[in-house]
Each structure stands twice: as C-alpha cells, then as structure tokens.
Design a protein around this ligand. Sequence first.
Ligand code: DGP
Length: 112
Amino acid sequence: MSDCIFCKIASGEIPTDFVYSDDNIVAFRDLNPQAPVHVLIIPRKHYASAAVVDDEKVFSDLMSGAVKVARALGLEDKGYRMVINTGEEGGQTVLHLHLHLLAGRNLGWPPG
Ligand code: DGP
C-alpha cells in the first residue's frame, strides 16, 4: 500500500531501527511508547487489520516474533503483554496489522 506508513517502515522507505526483522515481519519501537518497553511487530505484507487476515501463518509469525523480541530484551522473568488492537472500538489507529509488545511496568487490567 503506497500510502501506508507501516509499509514504508517495513520496506525501508522510512529509515527505522529494527529491533528484529526476518523475511516476514519487522519489529521496531513505538513512536509514542505506553510503557518503558513498547515494540511493534508487523507483517511485511499489508493487512489493514487482524479482521481481514486470510492466512493464519501471519498470526504465528507475529506472535513468535514478539516472543523472540521479548527473549532478546530479557523480558521473560518480569513478564510482558502482547496486544492487537483491531478496528475502531478496538482502538486501532494505524491501518496496517501490528502487535504491541509492552513491558517494563505493571500493566493494569482491564485495559482502558
Ligand atoms: P494502534 O492504536 O494499535 O493502531 O497503534 C498504533 C501505534 O503506532 C501507536 O502506538 C503509535 C505508533 N505509531 C504511529 N505512527 C508511527 C510511526 O511512524 N513510527 C513508529 N515507530 N510508531 C508509530
């Protein structure tokens, strides 16, 4: 998608430091962090949201990528949260599927 900011990040058109990348996903720090650790994991392929994904491997790529990032950042002991906001009431603001990896503080429940 030519006008998608996360497609531009994934392709390198917008230079971004990747915390992790492979053939299918990239991970980078959130611009507006909601916790001391806030990393976004996205598929290289554009999907507007989780609701339109037609290949379940996309979800396993995202989740296993997030767990790899969590391990690399040493988050296993204290814990972390993985979140996929989906659609308007789900709080999604960027229309390219992304998984939030949040850690580094006590995360409240239920979320707002
Ligand atoms: P969501 O509300 O779930 O759609 O989360 C979108 C997140 O994306 C939000 O936490 C801010 C982040 N974000 C938006 N634009 C950029 C950007 O250009 N770079 C980075 N690193 N993060 C961005």
